[in-house]
Design a protein around this ligand. Structure first.
Ligand code: BGC
Length: 758
């Protein structure tokens, strides 16, 4: 018996020493590298072994420049003080820091390496607003797949994209980063972007976690001034602003980012209504929420929290799992726990969400960048795709007397303007890693088509805001010597993007003056606008013979524009946003309500036509501006082609549908012109009477179809009653009644039909 007890004792000792050994041996408790048990079980098991400090570490993200130096960063990672790093670049650096996390930290939890890859990593695609003008989710998905392949090759497995903030305000600099004004178009593109970024299999080394941002309402910043207050009614929030986020969630976006703005008085990063109730409870989002840069501490400036401790409390309670580049969690969560203000479960849930993303990405199995991955950068196929996307994004706005396309046999062209040869500007905002050296500018591409000797080039203005007219005379003289004038203007990249809002959205600098001078020469004047926002270009549309809106078209903007200018393909993009005549018309979006006094051409009294002494009652009393009238410069969905399309035979499969039914709406579209081309065919509806006032039109479907010259295609859309659902302030409803339906080429033209919902 004694022997038995002795034996037991020695077993106990052995066990004790074994335990001590396990604890002391660095890495002995690390997550097993190959473990196929379901993610939830692995997360629970790992969570059960984490200390409170390690948990808070996972909830903190750092930019290396805030770490106090490389050695401090390494030590902090070794100590498990960060779960994620953003803005760390270079394969060696990423692998080095990951090795410390995996092999030297107590639990070996890999880091999530994040970066803003908004519209391309090294192969830069058009700005997202430009991509939205392609109305082509397939090519957009591929663009984001390429971006993911490129950035993952450098160790980035998390991108802060897609940015899917709906906005009605072109003054807002970040309009460039989103998909425009329409919830339906933005939702279809959000899905494409998430699918492209994340790929088919999350554990594939080229799969990158997407981050739907900025949740939510940021695009409604008052006066378009960045970071400004937002007030959004719940119907607009749910019927418009939330739609693309729901689409991103449904497409499987692994992460969301809480925004900077305060929404109806509650900052987005401390907003329990949007983050907990809508995102988690109503939608069932199981992924991770990261705050925007410093947006947790900014709740103090908002006047919503008294100090960092309260900010940490509010953000965590609202459901922000990880804090980006501020340290209120690191500094306060333990204390909040000790004081009983938060319970352990709140922290555990946040860590669970973070670890789940890491497991899903396969980071525990494959934490390092593959050494041969570098080969993927700027692959010729990627550049070819960038050229295609830039081509499909460009919108032809005017083409008087078929000024375009030009014959490649043309004798001479004058290439003028500050953006004709400006490689950095054409890449647009938010491309940290794109390199201007890789851009092919319009000047280079045109020379390639025509031969350098046929191209007379002068900038005329050195940059978009330039007001120095010293080169005007030379520009005019070159233009006189040429058969055609090609003017490339717009905005420098720095005039749009974060913190880059404008009060007036005209063509900056002396560009209008230069265009005016050039337009007097009696030569065909083609203007290509390259910009990060929809500019008020009334003067350009008036003076030029042809206008192409090329946005900031990315690395391959030059060849893409040359393809269109010389007719290799027809322009086919359509506007994803309303173009206004001037800032005074903002906000102007096509799905506005009708008002009690809608204006018509007859009712508008233009300001100049009002006699000096006139009775007030003669002015019409309708909803218009005396100076701008009531129509935009160019409507949503608009875009011309080198060919023409005829819409005919609108058919409805039934005149009515039940609240759970559907109808098919179809039309035939014929290419009646002289060139094969794509047409973007749009389906709109109007719910005539509702329990709250309903928009005058709503996009419910679209198709981009290639139609050969002379050919007719039948286009059919299925309209489910569910598509007619809206939030009326209390609940989601499909209301019986009469509806209008249109199939057409833009939001202001189309074949009309009607149906009822029973
Ligand atoms: C922006 C985010 C971005 C983050 C990280 C913030 O300033 O608002 O969109 O993802 O910085 O770079």
């Amino acid at each position: 018996m004694t022997k038995y007890f002795n034996k037991m004792e020695s077993y106990k000792h052995a066990l004790k020493y074994c335990l001590i050994f396990l604890i002391l041996l660095p890495g002995a408790c690390r997550e097993k590298v190959v473990d196929n048990s379901p993610v939830d079980a692995r997360v629970s098991q790992l969570l059960s072994r984490m200390t409170i400090d390690e948990k808070i570490g996972q909830m903190s993200q750092i930019d290396p420049s805030f770490a106090g130096g490389p050695e401090q960063l390494k030590k902090a990672v070794r100590d498990g003080r960060y779960g994620s790093i953003l803005n760390l670049f270079g394969i060696e650096k990423v692998n080095e820091i990951q090795k410390i996390a995996v092999e030297e930290s107590r639990l070996g939890i890999p880091l999530l390496i994040g970066r803003d890859v908004i519209h391309g990593y090294r192969t830069i695609f058009p700005i997202p607003l430009g991509m939205a003008a392609s109305w082509n989710p397939e090519i957009v998905k591929k663009a984001y797949r390429i971006s993911a392949i490129e950035c993952s090759s450098q160790g980035i497995r998390w991108t802060f994209a897609p940015m899917i903030d709906i906005t009605w305000d072109p003054r807002w600099g970040r309009i460039a980063e989103g998909c425009g004004e329409d919830p339906f178009l933005a939702s279809t593109l959000a899905k494409a972007m998430v699918e492209g970024i994340q790929g088919d299999n999350l554990t594939d080394p080229t799969s990158v976690a997407a981050c739907a941002k900025h949740y939510v309402g940021y695009g409604f910043s008052e006066a378009g001034r960045d970071y400004n207050t937002t007030y959004i009614s719940e119907p607009v929030l749910r019927n418009v602003v939330l739609k693309p986020f729901k689409a991103a969630k449904d497409a499987g976006a692994l992460t969301f980012m809480s925004g900077f703005n305060d929404l109806n008085g509650v900052p987005a990063s401390g907003n329990e209504f949007t983050l907990r109730q809508i995102l988690r409870s109503e939608w069932g989002f199981k992924g991770m929420v990261v705050s925007d840069w410093g947006s947790v501490t900014e709740m103090i400036s908002h006047g919503f929290c008294a100090n960092e401790k309260e900010a940490a409390f509010r953000a965590l309670k609202a459901g922000v799992d990880m804090e980006m580049s501020s340290f209120t969690y690191a500094g306060n969560i333990k204390q909040l726990l000790k004081e009983g203000k938060i319970d352990q479960e709140l922290i555990d849930q946040a860590v669970r969400n973070i670890l789940t993303v890491k497991f899903k990405l396969g980071l525990f199995e494959n934490p390092y960048v593959q050494p041969d991955a570098q080969k993927q950068i700027l692959n010729p196929d990627f550049l070819e795709h960038a050229r295609k996307v830039a081509r499909e994004s460009a919108v032809l706005m005017k083409n008087k007397e078929k000024a375009l396309p030009l014959s490649p046999k043309i004798h001479s062209v004058a290439v003028i303007g500050p953006l004709a040869d400006s490689p950095r500007d054409q890449m647009g905002t938010w491309c940290f890693d794109g390199q201007a050296d890789n851009s092919v500018t319009p000047l280079t591409a045109i020379k390639e088509v025509l031969g350098a000797d046929k191209v007379n080039f002068i900038k005329g203005l050195q940059y978009s805001r330039d007001i120095n007219k010293a080169e005007f005379a030379k520009a005019i003289s070159l233009a006189k010597q040429s058969d055609v004038i090609l003017y490339f203007g717009g905005e420098e990249w720095i005039l749009s993007g974060e913190g880059q809002s404008r009060g007036e959205i005209n063509l900056p600098g002396a560009q209008d003056e230069l265009i005016n001078e050039l337009s007097k020469l009696g030569k065909p004047l083609i203007v290509v606008v390259m910009a990060g926002r929809p500019l008020a270009i009334g003067n350009v549309l008036e003076k030029a013979d042809a206008v192409i809106y090329g946005w900031h078209g990315g690395t391959m903007a030059g060849p893409a524009l040359a393809d269109l200018i010389f007719g290799k393909e027809s322009p086919s993009g359509k506007l994803p946003v309303t173009f206004v005549k001037g800032s005074g018309q903002i906000p102007f979006y096509y799905y506005h309500n009708n008002t009690g006094r809608p204006a018509s051409a007859k009712s508008w009294t233009p300001m100049d036509s009002i006699p000096v002494v006139n009775p007030q009652s003669s002015l019409g009393y309708k909803s218009f501006h005396l100076d701008y009238g009531f129509t935009p410069l160019l409507p949503f969905g608009f875009g011309l082609s080198y060919t023409t399309f005829k819409y005919a035979d609108l058919k409805l499969s039934a005149m009515s549908m039940s609240a759970s039914g559907s109808i098919n709406v179809s039309a035939s579209v014929t290419n009646t012109g002289e060139m094969d081309a794509d047409e973007i065919i749009q389906l709109y509806i109007r719910d005539r009477v509702g329990s709250i006032t309903r928009p005058v039109k709503e996009l419910k479907g679209y198709k981009r179809i290639s139609i050969s010259q002379g050919k007719t295609v039948e286009v059919e859309f299925k309209l489910d009653a569910k598509d007619l659902e809206f939030f009326n302030g209390k609940e989601n409803v499909i209301e019986p009644g009469e509806f209008d339906v249109w199939i057409g080429p833009s939001s202001v033209e189309g074949l009309h039909g009607e149906f009822t919902v029973q």
